[in-house]
Each structure stands twice: as C-alpha cells, then as structure tokens.
Write a protein that binds this ligand. Sequence first.
Ligand code: SAH
Length: 222
Amino acid sequence: MQGYEAERAAMIAAVRSTAAAAGVRDRARISPAVLDALRAVPRHEFVPPDLRGRAYENRPLPIGEDQTISQPYIVALMTDLLEPRPGHVVLEVGTGSGYQAAVLSRLVRRVHSVEIVEPLARSSAARLARLGYANVEVRHGDGYAGWPERGPFDAIIVTAGADHVPPPLVEQLKPGGRMVIPVGRGDQELLLIEKRADGTVRRRSVLPVAFVPFTRAPGGLR
Ligand code: SAH
C-alpha cells in the first residue's frame, strides 16, 4: 500500500462503527472483502490535491464540477448491498472521481461506468488507468439508458439521486441481479432492487441519503 496507513485504518474503523450504529437490516457488519477493497484503494488519489489530508475522513468531499465523492460508509454500504462476486459484471451510473468504480473493480470481473459530465468522465478514466484499474471502462454519456451493449449486468449502482428508477436499468439487470439507487425529490432514500430468477422485481428502502442530483442529457440519449 502507498502511504496514509494510519488514516486508512482509521477510515475502516469509522466505517465499521457507522455500520454498527446505522441500523440497516443485515448490514450492521460490512463484509470483510468489501472492507479490504476500501482499505486498498488510495482514496487520496481521487480527491483534489488540497483535500488529500482529509481524504480518509468518513465524509463526502467535493471533487469539482459541483459533484462529490461519497462518504466511505455509504460506498461500503452500497458495495456490500450489491453482494459482489469475482465473476460479476457491474454497471455504475455516475463515475464522478472513479473511487466507487475502483472499489468495485477489486471485487468483480468488470465495471462499466457512465458519467454525464465530460471533464469528469475524462479525468476519472485517466486516473483509473494511471492507477492500474484495467477492468474499469468509463464512458461519457447519460446513464439513464444504461449501457445495453455491455449488459445485462449482475449488479447496477447509481450514485446520483434520481426522482424515479430508470426502467432501462431494471431491464439491464440479470435475473438474480441487484441494484442500489438513491431515489426521491428532496428527501432521498437508498433503494435496493432485486430482480428474482422469475424476473419479478422487489424493492426495499434501506436508508435516508443525500446524493447530488441525477441529471439528464438535453435532447435525450447519447
Ligand atoms: N461514484 C462517484 C460519486 C459521484 S457523484 C465517486 O465515487 O466519486 C455522482 C455523479 O453522477 C456525478 O459525477 C454526476 O455528474 C453523475 N451523474 C448525474 N446524473 C448522471 C446521469 N444521468 N448519467 C451519468 N452520470 C450522472
């Protein structure tokens, strides 16, 4: 590992105690594999240089373009809810800094991530390549439509708050697949959506959350 050892350990401790206190059913303990992935990813590489000293605090931070990198506990919780497995192919909507994609990439086979703000798509793709996350593919575009050419997906993670669940994303989920998405106008809740083997869909509300807004490309899809 490359530095910030004490800060990384403190971040993992904070994630564990937040999980224990948060009262989310089944998730009072985040799985060891997810905690290992969080410990391994150099979060200081994903924040602006002037915020590096605070990169391992258990809080969201600004990443430019009016966007934020999520709180480590939320990254851990969302990753854990997806129940990632080494063979999985995952879609992320909202690449941002690339941090969540990097965490997931250590747990699954491939991550395909869509980002609507072009400078962020460019900078996160370059950062992930520089850091050696070769199994992450970033595309600039509106993730409302998912990424049909790369689907269907074992898991889908949306990291911006939408006012409804985009139907194309549910379509691109494999039977047995899991999706996490913050939904709501004003107050948001984190939803876990499970597509059963027979194709029926079950939703569960996990936790109140506050994400940056899900935006749409003018003129529809690209
Ligand atoms: N996962 C990110 C957090 C990013 S914040 C990280 O680990 O850093 C949410 C991101 O979603 C922002 O970068 C925002 O530009 C992006 N976003 C919002 N609406 C989107 C859409 N329709 N398609 C793709 N990305 C979107």
